[in-house]
Structures are given as structure tokens and as C-alpha cells.
Design a protein around this ligand. Structure first.
Ligand code: WT7
Length: 636
């Protein structure tokens, strides 16, 4: 039996039991057998959730890029490591082999050193999904600099906040980016941001759209000439397992973004292990995750996890709707993608379109489908399963967070039987518990509570950059000696987990606990509905009542709104019970979403509650204009 690669359900249970009975020897075996260490650890794990302090593989020495690149050179040097698919389908895809990746990362690392970047310095990377993004991430890791990728859709204010928070010395960006039919002036955004920043003295600029930008004398330099002149080999910096690898910002429920700090050894072991098992990656496979490297999904499952396994990982620059809604499926056919990993919001958007966009492509190569980022509703799950997976490819509904570094709850395809909307079972080493409001663990099944993890796993974030107290308050204070995820979950009769959403999305109506996700599921199953969001608003008698924002499918057919409202409530009544009926239903053309595709319920809640004086921070919204429109048509 191999701990590293689980191949059937019985093996999963065996490995899982072992990982809980003796986590240290379990992870030690995984780490020992599958990675390259310059020096082994003195101790596998040291932890204390009350401080909180977590250390994995203390005393071990390594460089993660040696594991992701160098050790593959003699076995798969000519295999494609990164397969870059450009925004414009007419532009040729680029295959970067492991050997080429080694040279490009080395050159980039040497440029960073030449420009004064040293181990421990923070480098902000603000790039579109072009190869330089992955390469600059790896170049930082090569020399021990701490990278902090900021999604290149964030505004200059958001960028400046992050630069200042981590006191970055350098920003790596490009002249611009392509997104569908548009191009965006990234360098201009960086220039604006840096007006408010004092710590950055160098900006390296990649050329992507050949736009005419201004370069600030002494600060800005074009990247390519520097790379051309650089030496193509760079001795990796030997890092301690607990040395910082990167900071990635995630929004808190209030206030400043939190700079989650991930360290080197444990993060590498856990992302590699979970990539192998959750996607069942085999040597010849082509794997594609549609996320942006600006999010944790891209860090762990486009860059580090796949490359640590010697995989071919696709990087897609564009959007699912350009040049038309068939783009994802065209790429799957073109590169014979075997594992495809995307978000429910993308699935819902594509499911709304004509099915011809799917059926005209050959999707036979697909073996495993994944989703991440939010609960997937029944309707979207079935569409994905029926039309993309042809009921042949298991769907892995992967639950995790920026803070967790890697996937914690997910089926293992071909082993764990899937169940729509359920993330199913914890991966080896993960010990979830459900807690009630009084801080007691809910034992037995079925159960419904707040999701906590009671034992550390190797890729848990170690702190919030510059604010350990906030780390403690946010994750380790709600429940003693447990990591609190902020999510609610159900556990069914057999122990499968269903993540029901952020705990703050729970609405108590007349004393009944109602999760928004199942109600939205019911609404979305109405044939006229494309998407919906449910929030609570104060109600004299019930305490809270439900307000639904509903997007209708664009069928061209005009329906009587009052009849539709009745039908939607009937649907809810049928699926959940009359208690979950909506008091108010507003039809809207769109919902306010963050750039990562999450509905900003906080704003919808305020609008429904007639509390629009201060909508809070809307700077991370993708579509701020829709807020105005919703406010105009709100149902009083
Ligand atoms: C929150 C974390 C982890 C990568 C992307 C998001 C929600 C994530 C699922 C899932 C239900 C999910 C949770 C979690 N979430 N995956 N499969 N089912 N909910 O990272 O931005 O840090 O968000 O996303 O609410 O707490 P993130």
C-alpha cells in the first residue's frame, strides 16, 4: 500500500485511519518518499493552537523549485511543464518544457538578485495569466524572496494597500493585459498605486500588449532585455522548511485584507499530495485549472502542486466567453485535457448558454472534473455531470480556503462515490469537527454545525503577515483548540460533508435555522431562473424574513412577474417547506460579485434591510454598476 497514491475506497479508509492515528509518521513517510530535501527534519510537527504556533518538518532544508523543476530534468526534461493558451485563439499556444522552465526561472531569479532582491524580501507580482506570472513566482521561490501575487483585476487602491502592508521592495507587472476583446492598462494602475507607496524602488515590466506606456526613470525597467542578458542557471537558495514562501491576501469580513503567510516544506508536501490524489494525475495527462494564479487555487493547483508532480499544467490567459461561450470546451478538445478544474459560477454562466457551445466539441479526453470556491448547487452539478462529464467523469467538489493552502475535503475520484452538492470526505490528515453555538462538538450523524478542524495539517497558514493577534482572533478564538473555518456544514448519515456556506449566511426565520444555499438551489431549479441570491432582512414577527434576488434566463419570453413569484415560492415550499418561502422577490439583471466570482451578500443584505447609508468596501466588486440598479428597484 502506498500512502502517496490512493487508488480505491478501501485504501482511502486505511490511509485515513493511519493519518489520524499517527499523523506524524504518516506525513513523515509521505515527505520522505516523494520529495527532495537538502537535509531531513529534526521533528515532524510542533503545534499549539492556543498560541497559535504550527511548525512542520522543523530543521529540514530544501528549495521548493528544486522539487518542482530540477528533479524532473533527467526524467522528463522535454515534457511540457506549462502549456500556455493565449487569450486570442488565433495566437499559438506555447509549450514550455521542464528544461525551458528551468532556464527561464533561473534567468528571472538572476535578474531579481541583480536588482537587489534577497532572501526574505517581499516582491509584489501584478501580472495577467501569461507565462511570466508562473515564472516570476518560481523565481522568487528560487532565491527565497517572498512573493505576493495580487490578482491583476484589483484596483490601484487595493494594490497599494497590499504593497504597503507587506512593505514590498519590487513590483513585477506588464504593459497591459488582454481579457476577451478588451485590453487593460496594468502599468497605469501600478503607477497610480505606487504614488501611495514608499517601499518600492524597482518595477520590472513584461511586454504583453505592446502599448505605449510611460516608464519612470530609475525605477521602471523592461524585463526582456534583462532576461536576455541573464545567466541561465541559478543555484537555489537553501531554505528552512518553515521559511516563508508567500503571502496571499484574502478579504476579511471587515477591514483590511489579511495577508495569509504560507511556509515552504509543509505547503509543498500537502499541495503535491492532494494534487496527486484529488485529480488522480497520471504521467501523460494534461491538467487544466481555470483559476487565476492571483488566487490560492492558482498557487496550489496551477503552479506548485502540479509541478511538484511533474505534471503538464495549462495556463489560460482568457475568459470563458471569448470569442464565444465555447472557449473552455474548444481548449479541452485542442489540448486533450484530462482533468478540468473550475468554479460553480463559471459552470452556471455556461449552463445558461446554448448547449451547442458544448456539443460541437469532443470532450472524450476528460477523466476528472473539479469545482471550487463556493457551494455548487444541484442544478449546476447535474449540468456539469451530464453535459461535460457525460456521467463518466467523477466530479470532485473540493472544499478549502486561502488559509488552508490546499484542499481539505473532497472525493477521491474513482474511489469515493460522489453525491451532488457534497464535498464528501476529509482527505488524509484532515480531522474536521462540527461545533454547536455553545462550543460543544456535535458527535454522531447526521449533524449540522460550524466547521472546525481539530488537528494541524502541513499547509495551514502560519500567521497573518504583521498581525499575529488577528490570526489568533479570527481562526483560533471562537472554539478552543480548534481552527475555525467560518463555514457551516452538514454531515449526512454516512459522514459526508456538505458545506452550506459562510456561517454569517445563516438566517434564522421564526426560530428556524435556514441556510441560504439550499433555498437558492430550490429557486434555481425553477426553469425560468438562471441564478439567485437569498439574504435575510429584519422582520417584526419572524425576527428575520427572506429576500430573494433573482436573475431570469434570457429566453426572450415575457412572463408575468407576479405569477413567477408564486411559482418560485411554490418551488421552495415543495423542496424545503413553507417556512423558507421568500417574503420579497426582486428580479434583477445581475448580482454584485467579487472578482473571484463570489456574490457579495453583505451588500445585498444591506439593500434588502433598507440600510444603504454605508455599503462598506465595494472596491473589490467586479460590477459596481449593478448595485445602483438593484437599489433603484428594491422592493420596500
Ligand atoms: C471559502 C474560501 C479555496 C479556493 C478558492 C476560495 C468557500 C470554497 C468550496 C466548496 C462550498 C466552498 C467556503 C470557504 N468554498 N470551496 N467546494 N464548497 N464552499 O478560497 O477565497 O479563501 O474562500 O470559499 O466558504 O470558506 P477563498
Amino acid at each position: 500500500m502506498s500512502n502517496y497514491h490512493i487508488k480505491h475506497l478501501e485504501e482511502y479508509f486505511q490511509v485515513y485511519r493511519k493519518s489520524v492515528r499517527n499523523p506524524e509518521s504518516f506525513w513523515e513517510e509521505v515527505a520522505e518518499e516523494h520529495f527532495l530535501w537538502r537535509k531531513k527534519w529534526d521533528k515532524v510537527l510542533d503545534w499549539d493552537f492556543s498560541k497559535p504556533e504550527i511548525k512542520w518538518f522543523q530543521g529540514a532544508k530544501l528549495n521548493i523549485t528544486e522539487n518542482c523543476i530540477d528533479r524532473h530534468l533527467h526524467v522528463r526534461g522535454d515534457k511540457t511543464a506549462i502549456l500556455f493558451e493565449p487569450n486570442d485563439p488565433k495566437e499559438e499556444a506555447e509549450h514550455i518544457t521542464y528544461r525551458q522552465l528551468h532556464e527561464r526561472v533561473s534567468k528571472f531569479a538572476n535578474v531579481l538578485k541583480e536588482k537587489g532582491i534577497k532572501k526574505g524580501d517581499r516582491v509584489i507580482i501584478y501580472l495577467p495569466m501569461i507565462p511570466e506570472l508562473a515564472i516570476s513566482v518560481l523565481a522568487c521561490a528560487r532565491i527565497g524572496a517572498i512573493h505576493s501575487v495580487v490578482f491583476a483585476g484589483f484596483s490601484s487602491t487595493a494594490l497599494a494597500t497590499r504593497v504597503n502592508d507587506c512593505e514590498a521592495k519590487m513590483v513585477i507587472t506588464s504593459d497591459g493585459s488582454y481579457r476577451g476583446s478588451k485590453s487593460i492598462d496594468l502599468k497605469g494602475i501600478v503607477d497610480d498605486a505606487l504614488e501611495q507607496c514608499k517601499t518600492v524602488d524597482k518595477v520590472l515590466v513584461a511586454k504583453r500588449i505592446n502599448s505605449d506606456i510611460s516608464m519612470k526613470e530609475g525605477r521602471d525597467e523592461w524585463l526582456q532585455p534583462l532576461l536576455d542578458a541573464a545567466y541561465g542557471d541559478c543555484v537555489p537558495e537553501v531554505m528552512d522548511a518553515e521559511d516563508p514562501l508567500f503571502i496571499l491576501y484574502t478579504s476579511g469580513s471587515t477591514g483590511r485584507p489579511k495577508g495569509m503567510l504560507h511556509t515552504t516544506g509543509g505547503y509543498m508536501v500537502y499541495t503535491a499530495y492532494t494534487f496527486k490524489n484529488v485529480f488522480q494525475y497520471k504521467e501523460e495527462d494534461v491538467y487544466w485549472c481555470t483559476a487565476d494564479i492571483g488566487w490560492i487555487t492558482g498557487h496550489s493547483y496551477i503552479v506548485y502542486g502540479p509541478l511538484a508532480n511533474g505534471a503538464t499544467t495549462v495556463m489560460f490567459e482568457g475568459v470563458p466567453s471569448y470569442p464565444d461561450y465555447g472557449r473552455f470546451w474548444e481548449i479541452v478538445e485542442k489540448h486533450k485535457v484530462n482533468q478540468f478544474y473550475t468554479a460553480p459560477t463559471a459552470i452556471r454562466a455556461l449552463a445558461k448558454e446554448n448547449i451547442d457551445f458544448v456539443t460541437k466539441y469532443n470532450l472524450d479526453s476528460l477523466k476528472v472534473l473539479g469545482t471550487v470556491g463556493e457551494p455548487i448547487n444541484e442544478e449546476a452539478w447535474h449540468w456539469y455531470n451530464d453535459h461535460i462529464g457525460m456521467k463518466q467523469s467523477p466530479i470532485v467538489d473540493t472544499w478549502w480556503q486561502t488559509e488552508t493552502g490546499g484542499i481539505l475535503i473532497s472525493p477521491i475520484p474513482f474511489s469515493t462515490p460522489t453525491k451532488p452538492t457534497y464535498a464528501t470526505l476529509p482527505l488524509p490528515g484532515i480531522q474536521p469537527v462540527l461545533m454547536d453555538e455553545n462550543g460543544n462538538e456535535i458527535k454522531g450523524n447526521p449533524a449540522d454545525g460550524r466547521l472546525c478542524i481539530k488537528f494541524p495539517w502541513p499547509s495551514i497558514a502560519r500567521t497573518i503577515w504583521g498581525n499575529h493577534q488577528r490570526y489568533k482572533d479570527t481562526y483560533f478564538s471562537a472554539f478552543e483548540n480548534k481552527y475555525f473555518t467560518g463555514d457551516g456544514a452538514l454531515r449526512d448519515e454516512v459522514g459526508y460533508y456538505r458545506i452550506t456556506g459562510r456561517v454569517d449566511d445563516v438566517i434564522i426565520v421564526s426560530g428556524h435555522n435556514l441556510g441560504t444555499a439550499p433555498i437558492e438551489d430550490a429557486v434555481n431549479e425553477h426553469p425560468a431562473v438562471a441564478e439567485s441570491a437569498i439574504v435575510g432582512f429584519p422582520h417584526d414577527i419572524k425576527g428575520n424574513a427572506l429576500y430573494g434576488y433573482v436573475i431570469l434566463k434570457e429566453t426572450g419570453e415575457v412572463r408575468n412577474r407576479e405569477n413567477l413569484r408564486k411559482e418560485i415560492n411554490q418551488q421552495i415550499s415543495d423542496k424545503i417547506g413553507p417556512i423558507a418561502k421568500l417574503d420579497k422577490i426582486q428580479f434583477t439583471p445581475g448580482l454584485p460579485k467579487t472578482r473571484s466570482g463570489k456574490i457579495m451578500r453583505r451588500i445585498l443584505r444591506k439593500i434588502a434591510s433598507n440600510d444603504t447609508g454605508n455599503l462598506g468596501d465595494t472596491s473589490t466588486l467586479l460590477n459596481p454598476e449593478v448595485v445602483e440598479q438593484i437599489m433603484k428597484e428594491v422592493i420596500k
